[in-house]
Design a protein around this ligand. Structure first.
Ligand code: ZN
Length: 121
């Protein structure tokens, strides 16, 4: 897989591109143990905000904020799939839903890190 990587929600209304300048698409992927991420059950891929570009679907996105309202969790209004969020720990970073990316394999459990988001609540 080469740059840019394309991603989308399930219904296709929301589409985005990720440019990683040759870095591995699966490097640094993680789950988070905060109350929200546990319920979503997703694997995320972090990156600088500049690496992420929304290609389509701005009007289809809804945003969920809670707690300190620093992080912004975006999801498709139609199919409900979480696509990406601005990170609370570092708002200059975006994490995307890894399995929204085209052509990626479902990662093995050993390759997934754990962010201790519960401690930040
Ligand atoms: Zn959708």
């Amino acid at each position: 897989m080469t740059d840019p990587h394309s991603g989308s929600c399930h219904c296709g209304a929301v589409r985005f591109e990720v440019k990683l300048e040759g870095a591995s698409i699966s490097e640094g992927i993680y789950r988070c143990n905060c109350t929200l991420c546990r319920k979503k059950g997703i694997v995320m891929k972090p990156m600088p905000a500049e690496a992420f570009a929304l290609v389509a679907g701005q009007e289809s996105l809804s945003v969920y904020q809670w707690n300190k309202n620093i992080a912004a969790h975006y999801f498709c209004k139609t199919c409900g799939v979480y696509t990406h969020h601005r990170r609370r720990r570092d708002p200059s970073q975006i994490s995307v839903n890894f399995e929204c990316l085209e052509g990626v394999e479902t990662p093995s459990a050993e390759s997934i890190g754990l962010a201790n988001g519960a401690e930040h609540e």
